[in-house]
Design a protein around this ligand. Sequence first.
Ligand SMILES: [Zn+2]
Length: 376
Amino acid sequence: MGDRMDQYVDLISITPVNRERGRWITETFARTPRELWDEVAPSIANTDALASLDHDARRKLVAALRTARMYITSPPMSSRLPFSYQAIPGPIRRIVAKGIGRLRRSQSAKWARFPAFPIDLTTDALSDLILGDEPLNDPTPVIVTHDIDTSEGEQNLPLFLEIEESLGARSTNFVVPFKWNLDHGLLERTINAGHEIGVHGYDHGNQTPYMQPEMMARRFDQTKPFIERYRCRGYRAPTLLRTRELLAELALRFDYDSSVPTSGGLFPAPNNGCATARPFRAEGIWEIPLSMPRDAGLMFLGYGPEEIECHMLDSARLIRASGGVVVLLTHCEKVYSGNRIMLDTYRRILSSLAGDGGYRFMTMSEYHNTYLRGRQ
Ligand SMILES: [Zn+2]
């Protein structure tokens, strides 16, 4: 522990501080683990070395930090099982995950070394310190999303939509196309009320990102009727399992992806995420990172509704200060946010954001149309 400071590189000490754009940066986001820094910037250890970089080299450095823990290159256990992991009864999966979560909560220095949990904006800090050219959005866009993983989640969706509509928000809903018999009446009503539908994998079996290109393409071809029917423009990967190959395929078919968490926490693998709450291009597609801590991840760690509300509002404030985009994910199943207590929590979170004046609700497509279309 004596060498604790030695384990981190202090970005402010090696960067010519852009004080205006970097005012939001706290100590927490101005340091990066030493082994990570050595990986992304082996030759840059002091201010002089950094000052000698031209604009292009600085952009590359920011991209390298963002990408360092961005992909889940090898499938975690669940996608390597010879059968769908969802065949394991839900309660058992959840009990196992919760047990692991409680135990791991105290060990976050290991699994959330980078990005830190529940939120880490180090990539944005580095960008503002050495580039300072990102536009600052005011008001801050807030995109509320749901991953519709099951028929139960689908049937509970109206409970969420009602809260959103009462506060002037519209949500973006990522639906699994081939897992149960979809309730098309419900989905039609959802888009007719101004909400958006996106694609959430194929059958939620966690195989697609690791398939051979032809197999992967075939799955998306099969999804075409769904994509056309609901005018889907974006994608979120089940279990947030994403690879370069997946994003490259998505680039051919969608306007945006939102599968990369800012700070992944424990799932789907330790130390995963992009440490930015700003959109960026990856493999030819716009990535709109999942910037907020997720309901399921916080619940796995044993946090109660009030703590979850606190974490989410704190994270939203921080993202606002940094000039990022608030992207919130809640799951509609009863075991996650589809119960009375968590729905009340959801309502309070959205009410706070709606009443603040500093935020503006948008769907993913509205956000893409307003801020990203035509940008490279
Ligand atoms: Zn899912």
